[in-house]
Design a protein around this ligand. Sequence first.
Ligand code: FAD
Length: 460
Amino acid sequence: MTNTQQPTATRLAARGPVNLVGAGLAGALLAVLLARRGFKTTLYERRPDPRETNAEAGRSINLALAARGIRALERAGVMDRIAPLLIPMRGRMVHDASGSASLQSYGQREHEVIYSVGRAALNRVLIEEAARHDNLAMRFNQTCVAASPENNTLRFQDRKHKTEFEVPLAPTIATDGAGSAVRLSLARANRVAVREDWLDHDYKELTIPAAPGGRHVLDANSLHIWPRGGFMLIALPNTDGSFTATLFLARTGPNSFEQLKNSVEVSEFFRREFPDAARLMPCLEKEFFAHPQGQLGTVHVNPWHVDGKVMLLGDAAHAIVPFHGQGMNAAFEDCAVFDSLLDRHDDWEPLFIELARIREPNSSAIAQMALENYTEMRDTVLDAGFVRRKAMAMELERRFPDRFIPRYSMVMFHPEIPYAEAQRRGALQHRILMELDTSGTRDPALAEKLVKDRLDPIRG
Ligand code: FAD
């Protein structure tokens, strides 16, 4: 770096050490990015150090990683270590009630796949990468209990020694997840307004074990879905040959968690609704009662930052429902944008303001699209009209690749298109598809007219 480029980074860094609260997916990635730029950073995490515990022990929980997340991981220079953890999934394998399965491709080009990755393994690699930098300190077993912009303090509880201590707040990046303690503290002090919209559906993670020899018992390169109208089961592959299955089900009412109170009810429900999957789950009843029933919701926060002292990022700022597989991807994209803004700002406050300005509309868009995708996954994927329009969308993409890209593809495979733009273009495209579908014609000239009249060429 030349002397003329120095002042930007130097002035931000000169404001003292940076605190990061939460060494989950966003916190660990941001730690790598900040450390690479020479920031003196301390990363606080309430859990024990994953390098000292066996991350793979117990349940394996996986996530879908897509282009936005990959782009951020590449920016941090960690993709070569993460690539071996990934299993490509080229589409949804939809299992209908009769037991037959059909693949709906996610994209139509070779590289248009998403990847299943173990959460613990991914997190651990990021922490190992962060640990390579001397300017980064990692403090595990430290629970953040309060953040006070007024007193400029960040308070922690040391879980091992049962002591409390404080550090200066400014600047703190809070990546402490959907239940963020920093956010709660700021909300209690009336510095941010928070709205949490909980779904009336919960989830539970279960296992489809590997066959002897570590073989996958279902196609390993698909995301499996058993859509059943108001609820669904999904399964993503793990590198050890198992699948992590997740049941999404209403909390109360007919076909709900409330009705699954004992082993008989669980086994009858699965044999009735998912008989093919149930046969692959030998520990179903035991796991069902041993694993927690998780809640799902969308978190809206305004503003995301206070006084240039503290900024919420990742799920702490914008937790979303998981049906588009984008929560982590969006959190990683936050980190990449944060990193890019370090080049442009001398001070934390304008950086926080610009980061929120860029990211808020996009996180609102993906929050909304994720909610819509729940209906699509559990209901619409089996609908003949949906399948027909999806095929039409693929055809339009082949004919007009610079104007028409299916919304799912924009979100998953096109990080150069911001979420809000994907949502805007997606709405226009949806209308075009409905018009072509209801007109019942396959008139290529009409399709061309609608696409060219209504969709600008994509910039990116
Ligand atoms: P987290 O990963 O939750 O990390 C928060 C960290 O902060 C944790 O390490 C936690 O221990 C720590 N912490 C919390 N409180 C404190 C405290 N008080 N003091 C100190 N440390 C603290 N996203 C995808 O992109 N693709 C998917 O397929 C996908 N599937 C999902 C499936 C389910 C069922 C769920 C619930 C979510 C899914 N997500 C998915 C979303 C994804 O998990 C989150 O968006 C992502 O983990 C957000 O990262 P984060 O770092 O903001 O939060």
